[in-house]
Design a protein around this ligand. Structure first.
Ligand SMILES: [Zn+2]
Length: 81
């Protein structure tokens, strides 16, 4: 099952909930541990809902042009990093 499929299933099954998931996903960001490059989880095609912060993921960084460790952080309005 792809993330895109999960999204469309969610959207159809529960539009109201999907809005919440999108909102939640947009507040999550991947941050490259090496260069600080940031990318929203949602824009990366993923969804993250009710997850815990401070996890790490391995991914390809477009700035480093290499596989890097990414921190997964939740960005709040109050939080500036
Ligand atoms: Zn990087």
């Amino acid at each position: 099952m792809t993330m895109g499929l999960i999204r469309s299933v969610l959207r159809k099954a529960s539009p109201k909930r999907f809005k919440g998931v999108v909102k939640e996903s947009k507040s999550w960001h991947f941050v490259c541990k090496t260069c600080g490059y940031k990318k929203s989880v949602y824009d990366s095609g993923g969804i993250r809902y009710k997850a815990k912060p401070n996890k790490v993921a391995l991914g390809r960084c477009p700035v480093c042009k290499k596989f890097r460790w990414f921190k997964i952080i939740k960005k709040n309005k109050k939080q500036i990093f």
